[in-house]
Design a protein around this ligand. Structure first.
Ligand code: PEP
Ligand code: MG
Length: 578
């Protein structure tokens, strides 16, 4: 049994056989042969090796002729592998001893080689991994011939294992048969993550080497709640996850009944449950999850293509989202470019500390043309729904004042051009830098709402890079420092009579729901897929209990004790919390 850790991007549990998707979409299921067929199977393998050798020789000759002998020599590695007696012996042993089909035996043996080469910290060896895959494909092509199974006509439910799903691969998926994803690369915003969330199936991405560790037909577990992929689980693990899969499905089935119910505590305290979205198509997911609005619309997606989006492109994207959401609020954030949000075409100067550099509102205030274009697009779209504008990474009130002056200029320009817009559009700021949290009383007097961005607030307050796995242990949402800052922001909002939301991932994790409720948070903004679970927790507690929980946690001296306490508290409502 092997346990791999990755980034959880779509929750749930699933145990199935793996479907390893490579660029040619060939599937190698684990199949067995009868003892009487062993010799015939070994002969098939020997013939396939011969065909592969002949093909390589042909390619070598062509390359030498057309480009030169050095280029032809590239194929020497392929030849060496195909001539390797050890490999041949290993495949034959797997056929003879395990009664594997030749296809499966080849796939297993070569993937083992690819894995051991990939683990050597030397670029020469790691680059050879692709060559091994190439050889695998070549032998399999010859073996499988017409017997190839296509991803389009799957018979059984499978977990798709891929390097990273491309949009065209997704288009070809038999969606009713794909019940989980695990990929080598990708992050929260990768295509795989978005597709998995839209399909509502568990997914873990960014695992690193899953395609070389798994062969088609292997039994695999995807734990999309905790970011784990388990290969070849033992009996106990298998049973545990089969139960989790069943219970989770049952829980989700019941969650559907919550769809039209308010996010309200047992004693009738109403919470606004909003959606965080990054792509226009996620507006639909927000609506079908029953969101009360969009609490954070990240606009960076518009800026990662080859060209800078013009005003009309932006206007259309914002207008469409606003129209779909009707009179529900849609909080659109101005460009938060830089650091972890890499641009496509906009040249950012290399900086030693990009997280502390010219990112986000700082970048916009240095590139006023970009900011003005975005504000114009937002204001024009403001007529189509309930728009609110949010400014990210504010570290002092000057930035708010300067941005508001620019907003007034843009309004003036629009008036002069007789372009209509809503002049009373609300403007709020994100509280994601400690200096903003500590001066929240000053900021609260200048804006219409606040939204706590814990992803950055934790990073900046605890001095822990949010994307560095080496310090991930220190990234603690319930560190006493974070809790004090969050409480101060919530209290200030109430003191100045403005709404305080939270849009960082902290409020999407159900173990913190009761705590945040008890601290007085009224607006939770989470990815659409997390809405039902968070709602379920809100509807399972009374405000009095939540306040008591918060009181206990606020007095704990360290994050580990707080986590353990909250986990035990929430476990009663959401039983599969790890
Ligand atoms: C945050 O920092 O908490 C946040 C919501 O913004 P982002 O994750 O986009 O930086
Ligand atoms: Mg942020």
């Amino acid at each position: 049994m092997e346990i791999k850790k990755g980034i959880p991007v779509s929750p749930g549990f699933v145990v199935r056989e793996a479907f390893v998707l490579d660029s040619e979409e060939v599937r190698i299921p684990q199949r067995f042969i009868a003892p009487a067929d062993i010799d015939r199977e070994i002969e098939r393998f020997t013939n396939a090796l011969g065909v592969a050798r002949a093909e390589i020789q042909e390619m070598r000759n062509q390359a030498t002729e057309s480009v030169g002998p050095e280029y032809g020599a590239i194929f020497d590695f392929h030849k060496a592998i195909l001539d390797d007696r050890q490999l041949r012996k290993e495949v034959e042993a797997r056929i003879r001893n395990n009664k594997f089909t030749a296809e499966y035996a080849v796939s297993r043996a070569l993937r083992k080689q690819a894995k051991s080469l990939g683990s050597v910290e030397n670029p020469f060896f790691s680059q050879r991994v692709d060559d091994i895959y190439d050889i695998e494909k070549r032998i399999l092509r010859s073996l499988i011939g017409e017997r190839r199974e296509s991803i389009k006509d799957l018979e059984n439910e499978v977990i798709v294992i891929a390097r990273n799903l491309t949009p065209s691969q997704t288009a070809g998926l038999e969606k009713t048969k794909v019940v989980g994803f695990a990929t080598d690369s990708g992050g929260r915003t990768s295509h795989t993550a978005i597709v998995a969330r839209a399909l509502g199936i568990p997914a873990v991405v960014g695992i690193g080497s899953i395609t070389s560790d798994v062969s088609g037909g292997d039994t695999v577990i995807v734990d999309g709640t905790n970011g784990l992929v388990i290969i070849g689980p033992d009996e106990r693990t298998l049973e545990k996850y089969k139960t989790l899969e069943r219970d989770f499905k049952e829980f989700q089935r019941k969650l559907v009944t919550l769809l039209d119910m308010p996010a309200e505590t047992l004693d009738g305290y109403r919470i606004k449950l909003m959606a965080n979205i990054e792509f226009p198509e996620e507006v639909d997911s927000a609506l079908s999850a029953g969101a009360n609005g969009v609490g954070l619309y990240r606009t960076e997606f518009l800026f990662t293509d080859k060209t800078k989006p013009d005003e009309d492109t932006q206007f259309r994207a914002y207008r469409d989202a606003l129209k779909k959401m009707g009179d529900r609020p849609v909080v659109i954030r101005t460009l938060d470019l830089g650091a972890d949000k890499a641009p496509g075409d906009i040249a950012l100067i290399r900086e030693a500390n990009p997280f502390l550099g010219c990112r986000s509102i700082r970048y916009c205030l240095q590139h006023i043309d970009i900011l003005k274009t975005q504000l114009r697009a937002m204001l024009r779209a403001s007529l189509f729904g309930n728009l609110k504008i949010m400014l990210p990474m504010i570290s002092s009130v000057d930035e708010v004042r300067r941005t508001k002056v620019i907003l007034s200029d843009v309004m003036e320009e629009l008036r002069e051009q007789s372009v209509s817009f809503n002049p009373d559009v609300e403007v709020g700021v994100m509280i994601e830098v400690p200096s903003a949290a500590l001066t929240v009383d000053i900021l609260a007097r200048e804006v219409d709402f606040l939204s706590i961005g814990t992803n950055d607030l934790i990073q900046y307050s605890l001095a822990v890079d949010r994307v560095n796995e080496r310090v991930a242990e220190l990234y603690q949402p319930v560190h006493p420092a974070i809790l004090r800052l969050v409480r101060e922001v919530i209290l200030s909002g109430k003191r100045y009579g403005i709404e305080v939301a939270m849009c960082g991932e902290m409020c999407a994790e159900v173990i913190y729901t009761i705590l945040l409720l008890g601290m007085g948070l009224d607006v939770f903004s989470v990815t659409p897929v997390n809405i039902p679970e968070v709602k379920k927790v809100i509807r399972s507690v009374a405000m009095r209990e939540a306040r008591e929980t918060a009181e206990v946690v606020m007095h704990l001296s360290d994050a580990k004790s707080a986590e353990a306490f909250l986990r035990a508290r929430t476990h009663k409502i959401v039983p599969w919390l790890a």
